[in-house]
Design a protein around this ligand. Structure first.
Ligand code: FAD
Length: 372
């Protein structure tokens, strides 16, 4: 019988999958092991708040896994051997054998597409990035030149608004290759522009960045935009581990999975969250889809282990929730395919709604119950 399930990555997707699988398999003797680089659960959706200087809740994984029977291994995953069905780790036990593997290593900032980003910009995609950006902003509280956030997607918008609200004396600029908030409705974008005007954030739309240097960014137009800190929020990329191990991946290194979220090349491996590319979906990088993918996979793993056909994953887009500081936001309601409806919730109501969702997610993660 299949008896060792190894889950890589304790983010929204991996933690949900591990807890759900463990609960479903409690009476079978199967063991679930969860591997993560750190011993804390990182609420990535709050990293802009941390970078801005706010305190975040401390969420040790040991506490979130209490009573579940999931074994936690804190180590970095350095390699996968799909023939031997083993995972290589940076620390003890160094090698883990699996019968079923769940790959949920998330994403990090794309530092290599635009020259100079790796050397000169501060990304905001991981906990380490947020710690470094926070320290840099603290060390340079005032000075010539603005803090320039590059990226008009949700991460860039949230970061620019948070920095401007938390540090009212700071000059914040947002530079993006397209419009601010692509994929949002006209109403949604209009509200973001109003909020930026209120917060004093200067916006440069349709200005692709060609290069980042020590003193700012060079635009494709040839214009130079001076900045004392460049925050890079212009795209995520996933770990090359899946591709390097021989798993079928797409052009962005995401694992190609079927409708049950199983690898199309290695069906004993599931791929979920930011690191996976399910059929018919464009980039899904959000916890709104990562968590349901994790829960569906917990069920599918339990099906597989107990000799049933793994069920198809079911999740759909409902909204995009964008914070604009702590007292404002935009909730963009969407169709199931993530295209925007002309319906938005804005202001304090949206901010309160988002805060409730984020807290609710951690509440679900904390307690064993009908979900986990
Ligand atoms: C600033 C910011 C704001 C965001 N806001 C929102 C939002 O409002 N709404 C929304 O839906 N999404 C938002 N997102 C996106 C969302 O956070 C991600 O899509 C989500 O975290 C993906 O979940 P995941 O489980 O796939 O990966 P993650 O949450 O990234 O978890 C992956 C885990 O794997 C671990 N890991 C990675 N590599 C290794 C390794 N080699 N060895 C061991 N462990 C490893 C990591 O440490 C991490 O714990 C935001 C992201 C950022 C950065």
């Amino acid at each position: 019988m299949t008896n060792h399930i190894v889950v890589l990555g304790a983010g929204y997707a991996g933690l949900g999958a591990a807890k759900r699988a463990a609960r479903r398999l409690r009476s079978t003797g199967a063991q679930v092991t969860l591997v993560n680089a750190a011993d804390r659960f990182v609420e990535r959706v709050r990293l802009h708040q941390f970078a801005a200087g706010q305190r975040l809740p401390d969420l040790p994984l040991a506490g979130l896994l209490g009573g579940t029977g999931v074994e936690l291994v804190v180590a970095e995953v350095t390699g996968l051997d799909l023939q031997e069905r083993t995972v290589q780790l940076s620390g003890p036990p160094y090698t883990l054998s699996y019968d079923v593997l769940v790959y949920a290593l998330g994403s990090a900032a794309d530092l290599d597409t635009v020259p100079g980003v790796r050397e000169h910009a501060c990304p905001i995609a991981t906990a380490g990035d947020a710690v470094r950006l926070r320290a840099r902003l603290r060390a340079q509280p005032a000075g010539p030149g603005p803090v320039t956030v590059v990226g008009g997607g949700l991460t860039g918008i949230e970061t620019a608004a948070e920095l401007a609200e938390t540090h009212p004396g700071l000059r914040v600029e947002l530079v993006c290759a397209g419009p601010v908030g692509p994929g949002l409705s006209v109403r949604g974008r209009r509200h973001i522009h109003r909020a930026f005007a209120r917060l004093g954030v200067v916006v440069r739309e349709h200005e692709p960045v060609a290069k980042v240097g020590p003193d700012g960014v060079l635009l494709e137009t040839g214009d130079e935009v001076p900045a004392r800190t460049v925050v890079w929020a212009a795209g995520f990329r996933v770990s090359p581990l899946a591709a390097a191990s021989g798993l079928r991946t797409d052009e962005e290194d995401r694992m190609v999975v079927d409708r049950s979220l199983r690898s199309v090349s290695h069906p004993e491996v599931f791929g979920i969250g930011d690191a996976a590319a399910p059929p018919g979906e464009r980039s899904l990088m959000s916890c709104q889809t990562g968590l349901p993918m994790g829960l569906c996979t917990g069920d599918a793993v339990a099906d597989l282990v107990t000799g049933r056909e793994p069920r198809r994953a079911r999740f759909r887009h409902v909204w995009r929730n964008i914070s604009l500081g702590r007292r404002d936001g935009v909730t963009q309601f969407t169709r199931a395919d993530d295209s925007p409806l002309d319906v938005v919730l804005t202001g304090r109501a949206s901010a309160a709604f988002k805060e409730t969702i984020i807290r609710g997610t951690v509440w679900i993660m904390r307690r064993p119950g009908p979900w986990l």
